[in-house]
Design a protein around this ligand. Structure first.
Ligand code: FMN
Length: 694
């Protein structure tokens, strides 16, 4: 299986056992010494899973380079001892481990920040101090010392972070670097700092040490480098002593999405391939590569020598072995939602994974084999129920999963048909395969009642009956008209809409529905028909890379001469006129997730969605929706159809009443426990935690 991915790579002084690398992710565990045991367990699990090499989250070479106050360090003997726990764990299971050295420059969330020029970034509150030449020279030494200590700690190498708009990138590109001394001006000068760092690290750490450099192959910002400049830098870095070149895509402040789920798979690989043509060291592709077919294709076609995946290793620690054993359909695929990894990082919380709550909790959320298998009923085949059934069966319990509908997956079946959310299909596929593999008895089209449950004598009943969309019938005049529908009726293909649509409620689902209604690559569900939508193997087609680039304004010319690879985005003609409305005042979508919300807001803006906030809904008639707007005036929005996205309500009929004492133990999880906004992260974790404890 995947012969190119599993061909070893000889680096001269050492060999990588395959071409698969876990990319750098700051999880939050590296910032506190008392968490290094947990960090070691996290890496050990991935090493066991067969990965050839792993890269730690960014560690600052000095205090100025901290990403946040008191971030992870490698400055002292004590640091060396902490890090040894990590390197031993990786080596125990035959994986190489690399420490990333990341100096945040002006992206640091702390007052000591420095940069090439004293220009504040649009995404951070601190204005940097311009680095003096002495300061630069000292920082070069700090990198070298840090690398030397990393070697002492047992790391097989270091990765020097030169992309994503961090310090070295701030020198490499004119976007920030306005210097007139020998570190500014043309590309020879702008790359001097990065080249000096590599030389110093090579000298300090010796020849038998892997040096990766994460190079920004496309900056995606104004005044960013052109491809010729990127190639010049790549060649100079090779010359200076880099062992493997890694790919970085876009600055954090870029207004082009680079890792969210709507970015097509392998969307940037041709830029990596362009660099590879000009250098002689191995080149690694990165970003939004999450399944073995994609990875194999990249290496087989010669676009890159190695594949880095970051979040896919949070989602499934055993990705590599599963691919090797021909079990790709059992991989828990990264759906690039960011909800439990990057969103947590930005909230200063430990990273984990929406589809794998064990990630970074390896020592805390343990699925122990049971000595006393019990009869477990799980009611509801959404992700909460499937997660519970999966973990319970994994532990050896005898599990029956009941689902009232004829399809497993619950709300994820609606999510997967939203343009740009096709990856959600993979989670349903994963669970269905796992449940079958573990011998869970699945009863579709089965509406369970209390009598039936009592008769079957289960030891545990896990109620995961989920939610129903909140209806406005009886609360808003006209809400029962035929052109008014719930998001579920729309996204299951049961009902269709006209050319003008009002969406009531601008939470996550209201945004999703607005995107579905306006995106030109969306599939018309009413044409597909409910039958296909009920087929769990139906995978909606994702946007192509070229369509996506045109929409966002990213060049398709790998030898691009436009700064940062930006081009003018296409002018979008929305396929429908949509009004997206909310009752509260203020900006729409302010409650969306930090790292993906801006992408959704940008979509509805570019697709001409009319945003209405502070609306009071008066009535719906055949003419449209009557509202009182935030100036107190009555207004008619003339629309053909209305989609209600006004939240959901828990379905809890099957929970016993307080005071009843049924034989079985009952547990309530997921949306059935708390409807609020749909929260798959909590649903999956609830399911896993309950099942881990029975
Ligand atoms: N990249 C770095 O170079 N250094 C970091 O410290 C770093 N921290 C990250 C933390 C989290 C929680 C995530 C999700 C990503 C981080 N990244 C970091 C970016 C990843 O290395 C990678 O480029 C990105 O996740 C896209 O690749 P993927 O689709 O394979 O996940």
């Amino acid at each position: 299986h995947y012969p190119h991915l599993f061909e070893p790579l000889d680096l001269g002084f050492t060999t990588l056992k395959n071409r698969l690398v876990m990319g750098s992710m700051h999880t939050g565990l590296e910032d506190r010494f008392y968490n290094y045991g947990k960090l070691a367990a996290y890496f050990a699990e991935r090493a066991k899973g067969g990965v050839a090499m792993m890269i730690t989250g960014g560690i600052a070479p000095n205090r100025e380079g901290w990403l946040s106050p008191v971030g992870g360090t490698m400055n002292t003997k004590a640091d060396v001892i902490n890090h040894q726990r990590v390197t031993r764990a990786a080596h125990k299971y035959d994986s190489k481990i690399i420490m990333q050295i990341l100096h945040s420059g002006r992206y640091g969330y702390q007052p000591f920040v420095v940069s090439s020029s004293p220009i504040k970034s649009p995404i951070s509150p601190f204005k940097p101090r311009k680095m003096s030449i002495k300061n630069i020279e000292q920082t070069v030494k700090d990198y070298a010392r840090c690398a030397k200590l990393a070697k002492q700690a047992g790391y097989d190498g270091v990765e020097i972070m030169g992309s994503e708009g961090y310090l070295l990138n701030q020198f490499l590109s004119r976007h920030v670097n306005k210097r007139t001394d020998e570190y500014g001006g043309d590309i020879q000068n702008r790359m001097k700092f990065a080249v000096d760092v590599v030389k110093a690290v090579r000298e300090a750490a010796g020849e038998d040490f892997i040096i990766l450099f994460r190079l920004s192959v496309i900056d995606l910002v104004k005044d960013g480098n052109v491809m010729d400049e990127v190639i010049t830098v790549a060649k100079a870095l090779e010359e200076a002593g880099v062992t493997i070149m890694n790919t970085g895509i876009g600055w954090h402040e870029a207004r082009i999405p680079t890792i969210v789920t709507s970015v097509p798979r392998a969307a940037f690989v041709d830029f990596t391939a362009e660099i590879k043509k000009h250098i002689n060291i191995p080149m690694m592709a990165a970003n939004r590569i999450n399944m073995p077919e994609t990875a194999e294709e990249i290496v087989a076609s010669g676009q890159a020598d190695m594949i880095q995946m970051a979040r896919p290793f949070l989602a499934d620690a055993h990705w590599v072995n599963k691919a090797k054993n021909g079990q790709a359909d059992r991989i828990n695929t990264c759906i690039a939602c960011n909800q439990a990894c990057l969103d947590h990082t930005f909230a200063n919380k430990r990273s984990t994974c929406l589809v794998n709550p064990q990630a970074c909790y390896e020592t805390e959320l343990v699925y122990k084999k049971t000595k006393k298998p019990k009869k477990v009923a799980v009611i509801g085949g959404g992700v909460a129920g499937m997660s519970a059934a999966h973990v319970a069966a994994l532990r050896g319990h005898k599990v029956t999963l009941f689902e009232a509908k004829d399809i497993l997956g619950g709300q994820f079946n609606y999510a997967k048909v939203i343009p740009g959310k096709e990856e959600f299909f993979e989670t349903i596929r994963y669970y269905i395969n796992e449940l079958e593999h573990l011998g869970v008895e699945i009863k579709l089209n089965t509406k369970v009642d209390k009598a039936m449950l009592e008769k079957a004598k289960f030891h545990h009943v896990i109620v995961a009956t989920g939610v129903v969309p909140r209806s406005l019938a009886g609360k808003l005049e006209g809400a029962d008209l035929p052109q008014v529908m719930s998001y579920a009726e729309l996204l299951s293909g049961e009902k269709s809409v006209g050319d003008t649509v009002a969406v009531i409620g601008a939470g996550g689902i209201g945004f999703d529905v607005s995107e579905y209604l306006t995106a030109k690559h969306g599939q018309p569900l009413d044409e597909l028909g409910p039958e296909l939508l009920k087929d769990p193997s139906y995978r909606p087609k994702a946007q192509s890379v070229s369509e996506w680039r045109e929409e966002w304004g990213v060049t398709s010319d790998t030898d691009y001469q436009t700064e940062g690879g930006l081009i003018k985005p296409e002018a979008i003609k929305p396929i429908r006129q949509v009004y997206l409305m909310q009752r509260t005042k203020g900006r729409l979508g302010s409650g969306l997730n930090k790292t993906s919300g801006w992408v959704h807001r940008a979509h509805i803006k570019s697709h001409g969605v009319i945003q209405v906030s502070g609306a009071q809904y008066d009535k719906i008639t055949n003419e449209g929706v009557w509202i009182t707007n935030n100036q107190g005036q009555t207004q008619l929005l003339r629309v053909d159809s209305v989609v209600v996205c006004a939240g959901q309500e828990s379905v809890v009929e099957l929970m016993p009443n307080v005071g009843d004492a049924p034989d079985a133990q009952y547990h309530l999880i997921g949306g059935a426990k708390l409807a609020a906004e749909l929260d798959a992260k909590r649903a999956i974790r609830d399911g896993a935690e309950v099942a881990a404890a029975i």
